[in-house]
Write a protein that binds this ligand. Sequence first.
Ligand code: ZN
Length: 514
Amino acid sequence: MARARALVPALYLSCLAAFSAWVAASSWGTVTGYRSGYALDRQFEAGPALANRVVLVVLDGLRTDRAVELPAMRSLAGRGASGTVRVALPSLSNPARAALVSGAWPAVSGVTNNSAFDPPPIQSLFSLARRRGIESAVIGTGFWRRAFGEQIDVIHAFTRPPDSMEVEALTAWQTQACDEALEHLGASSAALRVVGLLAGDDAGHEYGGESEGYRAVTAVVDRCLGRLVDRLGHDATIVAVSDHGHVDRWGHGGHGGEEPEVLHAPFAMAGQGVRRADPFDAELVDIAPTVSVLLGLPIPANNQGRVLWDALEERAGTAARLRDLEGAQREALAAHMPDRAAALAALKAGRLPVSVVAAGWFLALIIGISRTGRLGADLIAMAVFAAVYGLCFYVFQLGYSISSVVRQEFLYSFFGRNVLAAALATGAASYCLQRLAPPDRASVARLAVILTSVFALMVTYTYYRHGLRMEGWMIEIGPGFKAYMDMLAICGIVTGALLILGFRTLGSRKGIDA
Ligand SMILES: [Zn+2]
């Protein structure tokens, strides 16, 4: 009987860990499985073109503080308009690329992450150009073919990046890719050309956004921008923009999160139709409608950005009409889209009952269980847990932001290290508890129930406040990632506690057998 009763906490903890793992996996599944239902299929009118051609240069992972040091970026900014754009969240490349050519944020484009997405069901610069008989050409990553392949006339994917992330290998690759870009785009007469310069992002990931390696490679990226401007800029307006920045943490970079150095990216544009302007702040989604106006295309129907009028040379007689066209698109989209604030408030109200029950359950567990032991010992054990878990965050290079993952390939190892960190901290805390309180096999289970309840309370709060699933609107990436880490910590605590309990049981059996 006593033995059966001892199994209850272990069973409860196992169920809680399994449930946490399931909630974590299925909440991220709502992001990767998300498909946009917001497509607005309306053709708007367009005004006269301000430029004959536009070349959109996407400088992958270029930080704003680095851009102001680079000669080609500076020269472009000096001749035209420049500033900073707020990028998409999650601050990943593919959601940003989709936003750049559609004017739509991830929830509307449907490109919410780097790997799982369908071609956006919405209008893009490419589809609008094709409808008007305007040719488009792209050279960049495989993303363009996958997302917009049906709409682009000529696509060329770069040769594979080098296996080595040495600075020399990256710069050689970027120089070769630049030759390819010049060859393909130079030979093209397409009025809309897009080129992605990728090596700066690799250097950012590998060395960090403030490193010498990053500086060296972004200098070569900028040199390529200079060559593109020299070769194509005489009859094309150049729009150079970055898709996100990079953190610099423990000798590596990363992005995806909400750090200011990641969330803001530089842009500069010059050429026909662009006037000189003081630097200003804008948003990534403003680029697509601005390029539309430059090329005389309709504004993409799902565009959520604003035309950067401050950057455009408006011709007398057309200014008022162009602004009316922008207003018509904005109005039509506003009428088409559901009210975000009201929808989010309704979802939040729907989460209240479950949140109250869950919070009540975990609070009752913490209070009830802490009364069965010695409060002082429990508190010290919890402090030990917090200290060791925190130390492991440092040693294992963890963090509460997607940017701390460094690279997408490290995602599973990152989460695995978090589970390990929680398990190790549980081991340290239960060791401490055994020293403080009289040896009592139940104390490990008790401690694990208290610790998991604390994490579960934090997850419950995020669930109530922001939701853990993507339901029509982008999930709050910052709190969502923290909740994901907390759910994995629950799995780690349970794993640690069960291992200790298992070893102890084996140990005491051996004692009896002997
Ligand atoms: Zn990128």
